[in-house]
Design a protein around this ligand. Structure first.
Ligand SMILES: [Zn+2]
Length: 113
């Protein structure tokens, strides 16, 4: 399961970051997850429960900030949230959009003590 590997990495990253700050307990982890990142937030939450066991993050809250997909049309430069899978521009109708946001998958912040 993809999410399990991801959360294992995120938990390790969070733990070493917490240790560097001199703390031994993580209360919350905030992840930013784009709608195009290919991961399922619900699966991440489950994976976190599993991977956090026995680490500094055990019992911590996982907060997920979802980032909607945002595109820019390469033809007319219009920025829009796509309504379909080909990301057609609502203004000129061309399907040649560049993805500006939505691929994020990153550790945003930690609450530690
Ligand atoms: Zn356009």
């Amino acid at each position: 399961m993809h999410e399990l590997d991801l959360m294992r990495q995120a938990t390790e990253m969070a733990s070493s970051q917490a240790l560097r700050q001199g703390s031994h307990r993580i209360h919350a982890i905030v992840l930013r997850v784009g709608d195009l990142s290919g991961v399922v937030p619900e699966a991440l939450a489950f994976a976190f429960e599993v991977t956090a066991q026995g680490t500094l993050a055990e019992g911590a809250t996982l907060r997920i900030e979802r980032v909607p997909i945002w595109c820019r049309c390469r033809s007319c430069q219009f920025d829009f949230e796509p309504a379909d899978a080909v990301f057609a521009c609502p203004l000129c109708g061309r399907a040649s959009a560049e993805v500006l946001r939505g691929r994020e998958l990153e550790l945003v912040s930690l609450e530690v003590s």
